[in-house]
Design a protein around this ligand. Structure first.
Ligand code: FMN
Length: 315
């Protein structure tokens, strides 16, 4: 039987499947066995309690949902006291996700989260709907480097930097995160989007902009994972549009060491464990002994390609 384990820096996951932040909580444990997941990824938390964005926060489009939840939550103190212990009832590593408005607070929150029971700190420097304009640190490489430098100095825990697909040149942003000492990059957050209602001419979302979430993201994020994996030496985690085991295989062939799953879990809460089962079967049928063999195994050596030129030309 295939060994599904993967290493993300110093962290070993029993398989590459993780929930995506914000699309999951420990109460999925009522429906699936959370001990089967590669990691448990908590919803992004902020320092103070937040109500989140004005409603409506979700709208349907032909291409998926756009959402602008706006990081509601009860703040870091509540999180450490009440939510970390809930996740710690389960065995997989706990990946907490954090957002802050300033580089200083990002560093301070990272320090505050560096406690027993937290295995990895994912820094959400890329939320497209926290600021109404969609701005965030991960839009520019120099801002990424600056915020990541402070975060790195604040903790010895593994730090994964969640990046934005809305940045023009994802490769230079990922390189900046690596240079600042990130242990992995997570590609990526949602795509900044807009829907306008034709009955009243108003934006469909209370925040105006939202982030698109859909299987339609996958080919675009695949391209980003591939480009970044060519240029960075740290592991890449692919998130966007995974709905089945073959999607995981595709991301791994492009260079991902793990994947996150959001949307598919909304459609079917058992999707994550089904995908693990199917992935195991897919590998066994093909005689693959270790799933890590798939990482970056795309066969494209015969196609000439310069990753930096491709990145600078944009999409
Ligand atoms: C309702 C909802 C809430 C989300 N909240 C967060 C969040 O708190 N932090 C974060 O980093 N990403 C958040 N995301 C983005 C997801 O983690 C993920 O990057 C995105 O949904 C793409 O993956 P998918 O195509 O598998 O859904 C959220 C997505 C959705 C749909």
């Amino acid at each position: 039987m295939v060994d599904l384990s993967v290493k993300i820096g110093d962290v070993t996951l029993q398989n590459p499947i993780m929930p995506a932040s914000g699309a999951f909580s420990w109460d999925y444990g009522d429906v699936i066995d959370l001990n089967r997941l590669g990691g448990l990824v908590a919803k992004t938390i902020c320092r103070e309690p937040r109500l989140g964005n004005p409603t409506p926060r979700m709208a349907e489009t032909e291409a998926g949902i756009i959402q602008s939840i706006g990081l509601p939550g009860k703040g870091i103190d509540y999180f450490l006291e009440n939510i970390v212990p809930e996740y710690n009832k389960w065995e997989p590593p706990l990946i907490v996700s954090v957002s802050a408005d300033t580089a200083e607070d990002f560093a301070a929150m990272t320090r505050d989260l560096s406690v027993d029971g937290v295995d990895v700190i994912e820094v959400n420097i890329s939320c497209p709907t926290k600021a109404p304009s969609g701005g965030n640190f991960a839009m520019h490489s120099e801002h990424t480097k600056m915020v990541m430098d402070g975060i790195r100095a604040a903790t010895d825990k593994p730090v994964w930097a969640k990046l934005s697909p809305n940045a023009g040149d994802i490769v230079s942003i990922a390189v900046a995160a690596e240079e600042a000492g990130a242990d992995a990059v997570v590609l990526c957050n949602t795509f900044l989007s807009l829907k306008i209602r034709t009955d009243n001419f108003r934006p469909a979302l209370g925040n105006k902009f939202g982030g698109l979430v859909s299987p339609a993201l996958k080919p675009i994020v695949m391209r980003m994972v591939y480009q970044v994996a060519q240029e960075c030496t740290i592991p890449v985690i692919g998130i966007g549009g995974v709905t089945k085991a073959e999607d995981v295989v595709e991301y791994m062939l492009a260079g991902a060491s793990g994947v996150g799953i959001g949307y598919a879990g909304f459609r079917n809460p058992t999707a994550l464990t089904t995908i693990i089962d199917d992935l195991e079967e897919w590998c066994d049928e093909r005689g693959i002994k270790e799933i890590s063999e798939l990482i970056g195994a795309v066969r494209d050596d015969d196609i000439e390609w310069d990753p930096l030129v491709a990145a600078s030309h944009g999409v």
